[in-house]
Structures are given as C-alpha cells and as structure tokens.
Write a protein of this length. Structure first.
Length: 275
C-alpha cells in the first residue's frame, strides 16, 4: 500500500470502529451496521472475525460501566455458596440465570457459526435490510412497557426466554441488545433490570466468542498488514461503546425506545432499495 491507501484504510477502519461502538449498546444491530458500512467502503468481509475483534472492545466498555455490579455479584455469590449467607441468594440466583441464558447462543454459535458466516457472505445486505425491519417491529412492541420484576423476582423461565432471544440475534440485523431487552420486558422486567440483565448477559457471550475466534484472527493472512487499522478500530469502538451505553442507559430511564424503531425502519428500507 502507498501512503494515500494506508491513510484511507485507517479512516475506513476508524469509521467501522465508530459504527461498532455506537451501535453495539443500542438496539439497532452492530453486526448489521458493520455489514452495511463494509459494503459502502468496499472492504472485504472475512466471516465474523473482525466483528468479534471489535466486539471485544465493546465488552471492555461494558465491563468498565458495570464493574460495581460484577464485583457485587461475584462477592455475594461466593458468600452464598461458601458462607451460606441467605441475604446473598438473590445475587447468586441472578448469576445462575445469566448462565442459563447464555447456553442457547453458545449452542447456536458452536453448531451453526460457520453456516451463518457463509450465509452472510452470500447476500448479507439483503438479510440485514429484512432483519432491521424485524428489529423495528420488536422494539415497537415494547415501547410503552413498564414491568415490575426486579432481580429477586426472576425465574428460570425468564432466563430461558431471554437466552433464546439472544440466540436469534446471532443473525446480523437482529440487535442483540434489542432482542434481549424485548424478551426481558415482555417477561415483565423493569427497564433498569432488563438493561442490566441484557448487558451482563453480553459479557460471557462476547468473551466466549472472542476466545473461540482467536485462532482465526491469528491465522488471518492480513493481520500483519492491517494491525494498525485494527488497533484504531479497537480503540475507537471502546470509547464509542462507553459513551453510547451511558447515553442509552439515560434513554431507557425516559422510555424513548420508539425512536430506535423508526430508525431501523428507515435504514432497513434504504438498505433493501439501494444495497
């Protein structure tokens, strides 16, 4: 590459990192938007490796924001298991439900990950256009819901339903945060509880997929050539994810989810028409 090509490659990956960072925490599908922008920039899609790499950056942002919850859940789970502290049971069960909800997407990823990647490569933008419209309809359904369930009220059924919703969101254009929020709120969770469950559930999924994808990233023949653009995308995604999640937490408190439905409808239609 010459200097000009290097510069524009870095700019392209900066934009991809920004897109990942902004769209991961909010219910508009980060994977779908990455496919759209890679199509616009003519960047060759390489399965799910790049998405998982920048997903790791978003994971770090989520860990930073929810660090106090994570520490509390870990300590109280330890206390319940080894010290039989009854007052810690609620947090222990919350962790159990997170584990249960992680299982469906793990099964789908292991059994069908390669098939999904191949399917995306064949006609990714059409799939994204359709699934963005599905995401919009799902978000519209819950726009006015105000549940009552808090952490101590959750059940195995709630965890299974949310876990199945997350498994469906393996398809690009189906927002992971959107699918889990929709399922959580349909199960009667308060918005704050639904948001916390959704993003704490993101942690084991993102961490697990990142670990499984390490060999593919290492074997990628373009890694040495693109390590600077990848690093730029990673740092950008981390910063953007942090501020996007903070912003979305405020949106959830005020119940303005309908605007995300409007957005998904507009983008989905534009993708189907022009891409």
């Amino acid at each position: 590459m010459n200097v000009f090509e290097n510069f524009w490659t870095i700019v392209h990956y900066f934009i991809l990192g920004l897109v990942q960072g902004i769209t991961e925490p909010i219910p508009i599908s980060s994977s779908g938007h990455l496919i759209i922008f890679r199509e616009l920039f003519g960047i060759e899609a390489r399965g799910l490796s790049f998405e998982i790499f920048v997903n790791l950056a978003s994971l770090l942002a989520v860990l930073l924001i929810y660090r106090k919850d994570i520490v509390r859940l870990a300590i109280n789970s330890w206390n319940f298991i080894f010290k039989q502290e009854k007052e810690s049971k609620s947090d222990f069960m919350f962790v159990v439900y997170l584990v249960i909800a992680t299982i469906p997407v793990g099964v789908v990823g292991v059994l069908f990950g390669d098939e999904i990647g191949a399917f995306i490569g064949e006609d990714g933008t059409t799939v994204v256009g359709i699934t963005l419209l599905i995401t919009a309809a799902a978000i519209w359904m819950i726009r006015n819901l105000r549940g009552r369930k808090i952490e101590g009220d959750l059940s195995t059924k709630d965890a299974v339903i949310v876990g199945l919703a997350q498994a469906v969101a393996v398809t690009p254009g189906i927002s992971r945060s959107g699918a889990t929020l929709v399922a959580s709120m349909l199960m009667g969770m308060k918005q704050e509880t639904a948001l916390r469950f959704s993003f704490l559930l993101y942690i084991p999924v993102s961490l697990g997929s990142s670990i499984l994808e390490i060999p593919n990233i290492v074997r990628d023949p373009h890694v040495q050539e693109l390590w600077i653009p990848y690093l730029v995308a990673f740092v950008t995604a981390f910063i953007a994810s942090y501020f996007a999640l903070k912003w979305f937490m405020n949106i959830m408190r005020h119940g303005n989810l309908k605007y995300f439905a409007y957005y998904c409808v507009i983008v989905g239609i534009l993708v189907l028409i022009f891409l």
